[in-house]
Write a protein that binds this ligand. Sequence first.
Ligand code: HEC
Ligand code: HEC
Length: 304
Amino acid sequence: MSTGWSLYIDALVVLCLAGCAWLLWVNRTAPIDKVGKGEPLEADHDGIRELNNPLPAWWTWLFVLTIVYAVIYLAFYPGMGSYAGLLGWTSQGQHEAEVQAANARYGPIFASYAAQPIPALLNEHRAVEIGSRLFLNHCATCHGSDARGSKGYPNLTDDDWLYGGAPETIVTTITNGRMGNMPPMGVAVGGDAQVKALAQYVLSLSGRDHDDALAKQAAGTFATLCAVCHTKEGTGNPVVGAPNLTDDIWLHGGRVADIEAQIHTGRISQMPAHGNLLSKEKIHLLATYVYSLSNEPQAAGGNR
Ligand code: HEC
Ligand code: HEC
């Protein structure tokens, strides 16, 4: 804080306290000398009469006490500009102390979980529980508190994966984030009519009702322009996060209009990287939770 600001705040604090003290002082006796003590002031207001009495002593003393308290508080804690206070307390210092205490307490637990492979942890009820808490804090905004996602945000409870559902793959997804990028294809495929035909072809891949003649007409275009990412069969490619188009599970909506729009304008979807925000141990537990949503615990052992 610059000296100017510091002095400005000092002045404000002193003025406020002095102002309160002054108000108390001038109101300590009956307010108006011309009217006798206890006599009514002016006329009634809606049947309420104001009498010429001083403020009650207990009330005045309460305020005197708050002023004394403020002075003592300002001596011990920061509040007067850049003066740090006799105790040297800072909110950051308190936060760091709390974090250290938490690390000392939970560190060994996290470390012991981090040393176990994710599939084995499914048997540890508490590990999954901690993971689900972390999920609510860091992931639920996008994926929903039940992890079922919504339009544009993948459902993490089914066995359908954009990038793959192996434990290490989930860890990589959370740590580094992902960017799904489908370029706009409207022009490349030859305009609106072709987009409509391609959408019918996409519908045919998952056995949905479709116009067979249009779909057949677009098969060639799909093979040349779309198969690079979605594969020839349309089963998708986890390396680039191209969705499987044959399972009737839709990231961006399964209506004909949704599919046509997707082909027309493409899409860039981003899963933000969490490697800088969360420790490896926490990511391990998060991945455990996500993995638990579509995998059963192993039969042997455990205390689940
Ligand atoms: C800002 C929104 C957002 C947040 C926060 C977020 N995600 Fe995601 N996540 C996405 C999007 C969008 C995708 C899909 C990316 C794509 O389409 O390429 C995704 C994809 C994923 C995938 C890949 C799914 C698959 O099918 O392969 C996993 C796993 C995942 N997220 C887990 C998490 C976890 C765990 C957290 C919390 C640490 C989290 N996400 C936080 C938006 C988010
Ligand atoms: C460069 C790779 C690439 C090419 C080429 C490509 N796509 Fe995609 N496509 C993707 C990716 C990646 C996504 C997922 C985008 C996201 O994460 O939001 C996607 C999503 C889709 C979806 C939405 C699926 C859903 O679940 O909602 C459809 C439909 C689709 N593509 C059809 C096509 C068709 C038809 C073509 C050819 C005209 C095509 N794509 C070409 C990469 C590609």
